[in-house]
Ligand binder design. Structure first.
Ligand code: OOG
Ligand code: MG
Length: 248
């Protein structure tokens, strides 16, 4: 087995066993091309098990997130149907290593390749690397820490979403506030950024796919049990419940 397939296998097992691993950067850092090749190999393992790629996600589109994780470049990951949690649904926190949650804006890609609808979203990230520490190559290989996500109700944005208030609440307590302006200055820029990265790194962004534009605030630890809600002014709200039992 070559080094790329071996890392993909190790990351896949780390996710399935909810057991963290050391990042490649600890011993032999990988370049960006190798990192995306690993991510594709990792995704192939998931699709071989019957999962479908239903969307793409951007990472580090906000300066606050990039600072939080000490990285500079915007990165692309993939979302599968297996990662989707319905709005208001429950996720089993025991299936995660050290999950964090962040409020996002989601877009639905239309037949013409343009944005058809927007929705508030929550993303759960769960780095497969020990202590949530990684460099850019590590995190790209690890499907940009993607673990789960929930999307609120889609709506056709009537006006631009460039400066909408974003709130993140845990059990009714406000834990983060921000603005959609934190996402590339305007989350609508996410489509062009994702298209560019998709072309460069071998992803397809097709009609009907979801695009997560990136977090509007830093990520916060996901409570093992509780309710997390994100609100984006003008788009509405979306929530996830966590429990130490099964998904519902
Ligand atoms: C990588 C994923 C970043 C975002 O929205 O910026 C991301 C990570 O922070 O572990 O999803
Ligand atoms: Mg994110």
């Amino acid at each position: 087995m070559n080094a790329i397939d071996h890392l993909a296998l190790t990351l896949d097992r780390a996710q399935q066993d909810a057991a963290p691993i050391d990042p490649p950067s600890a011993t032999a850092p990988i370049g960006i091309a190798e990192a995306y090749a690993t991510q594709h190999a990792l995704l192939a393992r998931r699709t071989d098990r019957g999962e479908r790629i239903v969307g793409l996600k951007l990472g580090f589109t906000s300066a606050a997130k990039a600072r939080q994780m000490s990285v500079a470049d915007v990165i692309l990951g993939a979302l599968t149907d297996g990662m989707q949690v319905v709005d208001g649904g429950t996720i089993d926190s025991r299936a995660c290593i050290h999950p964090r949650i962040e409020p996002e804006v989601a877009y639905l890609i239309g037949e013409d390749g343009r944005i058809e609808a927007a929705a508030p979203a929550l993303e759960i990230i769960d780095s497969r690397y020990r202590a949530f520490r990684f460099d850019l190559g590590d995190v790209v290989a690890d499907d940009t820490s993607a673990a789960a996500y929930a999307i609120g109700s889609w709506m056709r944005p009537e006006s631009d979403l460039s400066n909408r208030a974003v709130r993140l609440e845990i059990d009714g307590r406000l834990v983060q506030t921000g603005s959609t302006a934190a996402i590339l200055g305007d989350p609508a820029r996410a489509l062009a950024a994702a298209s560019r990265l998709a072309r460069t790194h071998g992803f397809a962004l097709r009609a009907g796919m979801i695009l997560l534009a990136g977090a509007a605030t830093v990520a916060v630890p996901l409570p093992r049990r509780g309710v997390v809600e994100a609100t984006v002014s003008g788009l509405g709200r979306v929530s996830i419940r966590t429990d130490e039992g099964g998904r519902a």
